[in-house]
Design a protein around this ligand. Structure first.
Ligand code: NDP
Length: 295
């Protein structure tokens, strides 16, 4: 078993991002600027946004966290998004999900200017990704592709099984793995809660991506010998054993699956760190205008 080490790869890529950001700042007199909007007090979201802000600072970006009470209306939130769309000093905008129930996440996502949509959730970016055109790729699948690229994992012709079909992870992941690109060129099976014999499907995977949201869901009897196993899951449980007061578990039963896998990501220390890298790379591209030229 070999570890797909998110810490190692993310540090290496962030070094390059920092160099590129410094060059951008020298040329333009300003730093790439990411704004994150956080609504309410969801513990997981607070941790993710804090980490995104901290990493922006580490690589020399400017970052702004705008916080709202959970009672903000949909109209007020969308008005703020539209204001940021017009602000030329801001390159990238993310609205941390989940949002309170009275706010439609699709409406908010579509209100974001697709040229600032560094989460890559806007239908224009998703459509362009499907067409293999330059776009912002959703940060988690993007980070996973960067990891596969770094370790030169041979994906062409392989059977990839993605478990979970969310808009932010499973579905875009299946598209990226199937694209005519490297990494890519997989034959992809996309599974979900209505899949009939999930175990039989996952057992066919040379590459397995687990994005379900259930602790230790993928067990050793579901995984083929020698498979590449990517664990996206972040399941938080309270714990007295850690300083933070909680412990993270993946969607894969790491202890028992790792001996069978050729490569596997740990949780923590795997995909989560690569997601941040995906976001930072998108923000840098937004600032430089390489994907969508600045007007
Ligand atoms: P969602 O809840 O949006 O989607 C979960 C998917 O899993 C759905 O498609 C669902 O199927 C499927 N599913 C649920 N139960 C089963 C089952 N018993 N059998 C088969 N499929 C099932 O989750 P996300 O995609 O947003 O997140 C998945 C996990 O990844 C979570 O733990 C989340 O915290 C984590 N995550 C981690 C990130 C990172 O940076 N590492 C970033 C984003 C998420 P159906 O569609 O039929 O309901």
């Amino acid at each position: 078993m070999n570890l797909l080490d998110g810490k190692l790869v993310s540090e290496k890529i962030k070094e390059q991002i920092a160099l590129d950001a410094a060059e951008f700042t020298t040329q333009t007199g300003r730093k790439p600027h990411l704004v994150a909007i956080l609504v309410g007090n969801d513990g997981g979201s607070e941790t993710y946004v804090a980490s995104k802000m901290r990493n922006c600072q580490l690589v020399g970006f400017e970052s702004t966290n705008i916080r709202y009470d959970e009672n903000i209306t949909e109209d007020e939130l969308i008005a703020k998004v539209k204001e940021i769309n017009q602000d030329e000093s801001i390159d990238g905008l993310i609205v941390q999900l989940p949002l309170p129930k009275h706010i439609d996440p699709d409406k908010v996502t579509e209100a974001i200017d697709y040229r600032k949509d560094v989460d890559g959730f806007h239908p224009i970016n998703l459509g362009r990704m499907q067409r293999n055109l330059p776009c912002f790729i959703p940060a988690t699948p993007y980070g996973i592709m960067l990891m596969l690229e770094y370790y030169k994992i041979d994906t062409a012709g392989k059977h990839a099984v993605v478990v979970g079909r969310s808009n932010i992870v499973g579905s875009p992941m299946s598209i990226l793995l199937a694209r005519n690109a490297n990494p890519g060129n997989c034959t992809v099976t996309l599974t979900h809660s209505r899949t009939k014999d999930l175990k039989a499907e996952v057992l066919r995977g040379d590459i397995v991506v687990a994005a379900i949201g259930k602790k230790n869901f993928v067990t050793a009897d579901m995984v083929k010998d020698g498979a590449v196993v990517i664990d996206v899951g972040i399941n938080r449980e309270t714990s007295t054993a850690t300083k933070s007061g909680f412990k993270l578990y993946g969607d894969v039963d790491f202890e028992n699956v790792a001996p069978k896998a050729s490569w596997i990501t740990p949780v923590p220390g795997g995909v989560g760190l690569m997601t941040i890298v995906g976001l930072l790379k998108n923000t840098l591209e937004a600032a430089k205008g390489t994907i969508y030229p600045k007007q």
